[in-house]
Write a protein that binds this ligand. Structure first.
Ligand code: 6PG
Length: 477
């Protein structure tokens, strides 16, 4: 009568994760604040494996074999702290609390530190793949003390998604908040991918003049090539869906205001703190918030600008091919930015994160799973200290090949007044990185002019200041 793992918090993600453990042969202790939910799970899915339903926190803890492994699947934020406070006093040194929610990594760092004092191992664990993934195999991003992975790892490897080569989509990401950090960036990249796909869709609709059903077909074709991914696949499904009530394309009856729960926003907030330019991800977050400003949009409808006029059928096909190039090139840039953010955090927090391993565990189970991740993995396998994904020869070559079309698409979008902030930000990032000189030199001059903030010179070491208000001679600063 002892469970190898326990799950508390049996909303859909917790319930499905518990069932996944049970289906893989583990005895799973169950606990939920309202007991009815626990009982419902056992009633409905009890036949899938061995469950021990616990009514109280005490019973739940008593049902677990030692060292105890207790997974909490509750809302991120205060509810997580409340559950930790409820269970921590009942645990013993060596026991493990595993937080599978979308926690902010700073909270995870704090919780890990506090629980470490009691000898409890706290594992902040990113889980991606939605409800379906939780049940049939998610991508799992556990952080926390390395020794916790010795006993937890094999269990996670069992329940995780498997990549095409059979490798489990889980690895010990790094200490304390590293797992939740990587999950956060996963979501930031998810936002960027979705925004880029959205822009491609809008261009195919307004500039190429295709219907949602035709665009679904185009996405299906793209999904057989280098863009092969879960998000492209479901995009085709959503676009080909027809609303039963009206007979219209489903996408035309949905209110065009995108919501967000926060992980994309965090990715950008933290990037600002780390000084990492994640412009593509930021544009994706801003595009969602702009879409939600209904009154502002309503008040702006009268502003003038071009109206897109669809291309001829013959031109439309060629344009669609260009959009594919633009989408792919922009995607490379988003991932470049996301991995840069992880690399910067690794430096800042002294986390030993293996970027190749991160791309490997995103190959299956998670929302951004894609054939593309295998290429990122081989880029890091070839060169672990790759300064940027754009420095990888294969990616650099692909962008070189795509860039004429990429630029053309942005020109067409600009001319026709179709907003493509994701495509444009990605291209600007690319052009800025490769630029010989940036106007940052002018910025430095301005700062020195109005605030004596000093500047460095290209030809000599040191810091300098020009006496702008005087004879404009230069002094050492
Ligand atoms: C996942 C998803 C999951 C969640 C998103 C949705 O990896 O399984 O990312 O965590 O569905 O966070 O995010 P928004 O509600 O912010 O779009």
């Amino acid at each position: 009568n002892s469970a190898q793992i326990g799950v508390t918090g049996l909303a859909v993600m917790g319930r499905n994760l518990a069932r996944n453990f049970a289906r893989n042969g583990y005895t799973v202790a169950l606990h939920n604040r309202t007991v009815a939910r626990t009982n419902a799970l056992v009633e409905e899915f009890g036949h899938e494996g061995d469950f021990i339903a616990a009514e109280t926190a005490k019973e739940f803890v008593a049902a677990l074999e030692r060292p105890r492994r207790l997974v909490i699947m509750v809302k991120a934020g205060d509810p997580t702290d409340a559950v930790i406070q409820e269970f921590a006093p009942l645990l013993e040194p060596g026991d493990m609390i595993i937080d599978g929610g979308n926690a902010h990594f700073a909270d995870t760092r704090r919780r890990e530190r506090e629980l470490r004092e009691q000898g409890i191992h706290f594992v902040g664990m990113g889980v991606s793949g939605g409800e379906e993934g939780a049940l049939n195999g998610p991508s799992i991003m556990p952080g926390g003390p390395k020794e916790s992975y010795d006993s937890l790892g094999p269990m996670l490897e069992k329940i995780s998604a498997k990549a095409k080569d059979g490798a489990p989509c889980v690895t010990h990401v790094g200490p304390d908040g590293a797992g939740h950090f990587v999950k956060m960036v996963h979501n930031g990249i998810e936002y960027a991918d979705m925004q880029l796909i959205g822009e491609a869709y809008q261009l195919l609709r307004d500039v190429a003049g295709y219907s949602p059903a035709q665009i679904a077909e185009i996405f299906r074709t793209w999904n057989t090539g280098r863009l092969d991914s879960y998000l492209i696949e479901i995009t085709a499904e959503v676009l080909s869906h027809v609303d039963a009530a009206t007979g219209k394309p489903f996408v035309d009856v949905v209110v065009d205001q995108a919501e967000q729960k926060g992980t994309g926003r965090w990715t950008v907030q933290i990037a600002l703190d780390l000084g990492v330019p994640v412009s593509g991800i930021a544009e994706a977050v801003f595009a969602r918030s702009l879409s939600g400003h209904a009154a502002l949009r309503e008040a702006s409808r009268g502003l003038t600008g071009p109206k897109a006029s669809p291309l001829s059928e013959a031109e439309a096909g060629a344009f669609a091919d260009r959009v594919e190039q633009a989408l792919y090139a922009s995607k490379i840039v988003s991932y470049t930015q996301g991995f840069h953010e992880i690399a910067a955090a690794r430096e800042e927090y002294d986390w030993d994160i293996d970027l190749g391993a991160v791309s490997a565990i995103w190959r299956g189970g998670c929302i951004i799973r894609a054939a593309f991740l295998d290429r990122i993995r081989s880029a890091y396998d070839t060169r672990a200290d790759l300064p940027s994904l754009l420095s990888d020869e294969t990616f650099a070559q692909e962008i070189a090949d795509a860039q004429d079309d990429w630029r053309e698409v942005i020109v067409a979008a600009t001319r026709q007044g179709v907003p493509t902030p994701g495509f444009a930000a990605a291209l600007a990032y690319y052009d800025a990185l490769r630029a010989e000189r940036l106007p940052a030199a002018l910025t430095q001059g301005q700062r020195d002019f109005f605030g004596a903030h000093t500047y460095r010179r290209t030809d000599r070491d040191g810091s300098f200041h020009t006496l702008w208000g005087g004879d404009r001679s230069e002094v050492d600063a």
